[in-house]
Design a protein around this ligand. Structure first.
Ligand code: SF4
Length: 461
């Protein structure tokens, strides 16, 4: 656990400033202004700026409120969070006996949109009693007086922070390690997107620790849907949609406890309601889709593996394999996503790496068809001309052609890695160094990458 925390510290905000040391002080730091319960000589309110505190939507619908009231268990009033936040803010000010220092940062911190809600109520008092100081004044004079304390300017010599780099040398032992790696559809997606991310995640296996790896709500809903689909679709004819929805509802609460316990936290009440409403309907829609396409379920979570080009070892698990009337495979990859645009774009641009990889692993040279079942949107997205009922997408490549392009791209990147050089493709300037003969380049999303502080796309906070 300790090692994981060290890794999290390096992957998240970067290392602490080694020049900063905690010191004993007569001050006490509290996590929220409302934590000040007793009179204090001075109160410093850091980040006194716009906040949405108290403005979150109520998790209860009007109907649920009526039902709770009828059951003698009324929900809190809709205005209760706002009133609680307001009372907490006031308490901090009312407990200050001599000085209140309100600190707001940012170039436009005094714009109306950026003021703390309490600033409007304090304005009449501040206009008479307050002193407004622009901290930037400290840049032009040797001293500045803040809340009765004189602060002197001192020159420090800054040291340059490490700059972002797009070209990285591989460490010793990288090539032998590479030779032992079994890739997956996900690791190929990483490789085709950013090689540095691929090297950290799949070769070095540098993963966030347990605390940071708790999935977000979207991932939790996806995990739930996959687990439920496994039980609802045993091998054979798909169940009737109503029966599938009922079975999904019956399974849901138990699976939440096993796989998605964070959804039980009060702040996720809305998402939990959403899961209860949407997941059974999504599973019913999948059952309808299988029936409309005259498919018989062969397996769920089917393990597949193989070796290509004598060096590319691959393994994975296919969400759902079905057979059509001719006995040909239809691969259904289940996706829970807020917005289907990225998956549709993958299909249309011939970059659906997962589907092409699973097809090559499952069917080899035999014909197969495939598509993403978008659970949240209740759509089966597949290629135009496949003959499958669903959302047809006109594609730049067939799945076998996509697979051929993946292999060709893998060879280029593999040769580059073995030569000792990998690229961080999200770093500015990397685009000019991409090999010109790459058949597939996937979009790079540095905002979702765990290694942004290592390649320095994101600096120390
Ligand atoms: S932050 Fe961007 S450039 Fe850096 S490793 Fe991740 S994907 Fe690559």
């Amino acid at each position: 656990l300790l090692v994981e925390r060290v890794i999290d510290q390096a992957l998240d905000l970067g290392q602490f400033n080694p020049g900063a040391h905690a010191e004993a002080a007569s001050w006490r730091s509290v996590p929220h202004p409302g934590s000040i319960w007793a009179p204090m000589t001075a109160v410093v309110w850091w980040n006194f700026g716009a906040t949405h505190e108290g403005a979150a939507r109520s998790p209860w619908t009007d109907g649920e409120r009526r039902e709770l009231a009828a059951a003698d268990c009324p929900a809190d009033e809709v205005t209760a969070p706002a009133r609680a936040a307001s009372a907490a803010w006031e308490r901090a000010i009312l407990n200050a006996r001599e000085t209140v220092l309100l600190v707001a940062g940012g170039l436009d911190c005094d714009a109306d949109d950026n003021l703390h809600p309490l600033a409007y109520r304090l304005k009449p008092a501040l206009d008479v009693l307050g002193a407004r100081i622009g901290l930037e004044a400290a840049l032009g004079q040797p001293t500045i007086m803040i809340a009765g304390t004189t602060i002197e300017r001192q020159a420090v010599t800054p040291r340059p922070l490490p700059a972002a780099r797009f070209s990285w040398d591989t460490p010793g032992g990288f090539s032998p390690k590479l030779a032992q790696i079994t890739e997956s559809a996900t690791s190929l997606e990483s490789l085709l997107s950013c090689q540095l991310m691929w090297a950290f995640r799949h070769i070095a296996r540098l993963r966030p620790g347990r605390v940071r790896s708790i999935p977000d709500v979207n991932r939790l809903l996806g995990n739930l849907a996959h687990a439920i689909a496994r039980d609802v679709f045993p091998p054979g004819d798909p169940p009737d949609p109503d029966a599938a929805a009922q079975r999904a509802s019956d399974l849901l609460e138990g699976r939440i406890d096993q796989l998605a316990a964070p959804l039980r936290h009060p702040e996720f009440a809305e998402e939990l309601n959403f899961a209860r409403r949407r997941l059974p309907a999504a599973i019913a829609s999948l059952a309808r889709c299988l029936a409309d396409n005259h498919l018989v379920v062969e397996s769920t979570e089917q393990p597949v593996s193989g070796t290509f080009e004598s060096l590319l070892a691959l393994r994975g698990a296919i969400d759902l394999v079905a057979r059509d009337r001719s006995g040909n495979a239809v691969i259904v990859d289940l996706k829970w996503t807020r917005n289907e645009r990225a998956r549709i774009e993958e299909l249309s641009s011939g970059r659906a790496v997962q589907l092409a990889t699973y097809g090559a692993l499952l069917s080899g040279d035999q014909p197969f068809r495939a598509g993403y079942f978008l659970l949240n949107q209740r759509q089966f997205a597949t290629l135009e001309g496949s003959g499958l009922v669903g959302r047809s997408v006109e594609a730049a490549r067939s799945f076998p052609d996509t697979w051929a392009a993946i292999i060709a791209t893998w060879k280029v990147w593999r040769a580059s890695a073995e030569a000792g050089r990998i690229l961080a493709t999200g770093v500015e300037g990397a685009a000019g160094h991409l090999p010109s003969d790459l058949p597939i380049v996937r979009d790079v999303h540095c905002g979702r990458c765990d290694y942004a502080t290592l390649c320095r796309v994101r600096g120390v906070a």
